[in-house]
Design a protein around this ligand. Structure first.
Ligand SMILES: Nc1ncnc2c1ncn2[C@@H]1O[C@H](COP(=O)(O)OP(=O)(O)OP(=O)(O)O)[C@@H](O)[C@H]1O
Ligand SMILES: [Mg+2]
Length: 226
């Protein structure tokens, strides 16, 4: 079943918060309800953006500074939006994206110390009007997120994080919460300390109204327009 306009849902929050886990669970639930779902992620998600992802995550861009990095993220996002996300939404697909524009606001803007006007301009150019219908912000204390991410990586060493590392993560956590407060129509905060099952049920509930509205505006097969 495809919707009239599609639905764009993004998952945001710190490392190890459970975004990728929940994205998979939500995609499964929506598909079993009969919806057409596309799952994607950033940086990456399109051929051009995956090439840039490689440059970004290998650390090759780091030496050139946060501005260069921010522009590369924006270049990747632009390609992802135009090649993958916008076409899928116009086909009526539900698009679930693991990290999107809010991660740039937080990582490059807040903890990267880039000036807001620069970050805002890049965002505007990159998303080109494709704003998420719903953004789920995973909220988790930094110590728990780092611990989960470390365990996932198979590193069982005791949980001793640098004070600076924890402070940076807490700063990002606050920044994500500020985004949610500033944009309550789009954003919903989820307590990511809950069980995966409880979070999955909560997220499905957060989409209920949007799904119902999108289905109501679905064109009927008996419509008179050619
Ligand atoms: N609700 C939960 N409770 C406990 N552990 C969880 C929960 N959700 C996910 N995990 C585990 O925590 C780890 C991190 O989860 P996940 O990879 O989904 O996080 P993420 O937000 O995508 O992280 P990253 O930003 O680093 O990609 C995984 O090992 C996952 O199995
Ligand atoms: Mg992930």
């Amino acid at each position: 079943m495809s919707l009239a306009k599609g639905l764009f849902v993004t998952f945001e929050g710190g490392e190890g918060a459970g975004k990728s886990t929940q994205l998979r669970l939500l995609a499964d639930s929506l598909r079993s309800l009969g919806h057409e779902v596309l799952t994607t992620r950033e940086p990456g998600g399109s051929v051009g953006a995956e090439a840039v992802r490689h440059v970004l995550l290998s650390g090759a861009a780091e030496a050139f500074g946060v501005r260069m990095e921010a522009i590369l993220f924006a270049a990747a996002r632009s390609d992802h939006v135009e090649e993958v996300i916008r076409p899928a939404l116009s086909r009526g697909t539900i698009v679930l994206c693991d990290r999107f524009m809010d991660s740039s606001r937080v990582y490059q803007g807040i903890t990267g110390n880039l000036e807001p006007a620069f970050v805002e301009t890049l965002e505007r150019v990159a998303i080109n009007g494709v704003v998420p219908d719903r953004t789920v912000i995973f909220d988790l204390p930094a110590t728990i997120g780092l611990d989960r991410a470390q365990r996932r990586a198979g590193d069982d060493s005791p949980d001793r994080f640098e004070k600076e590392e924890l402070e940076t993560h807490e700063k990002r956590r606050e920044a994500f919460l500020d985004i949610a407060k500033a944009d309550p129509n789009r954003c919903r905060i989820v307590d990511a300390t809950q069980s995966a099952e409880a979070i999955a049920a909560e997220i499905l509930g957060l989409l209920e109204n949007l799904l119902a509205n999108a289905e109501m505006s679905e064109p009927t097969s008996t419509g008179s327009a050619p």
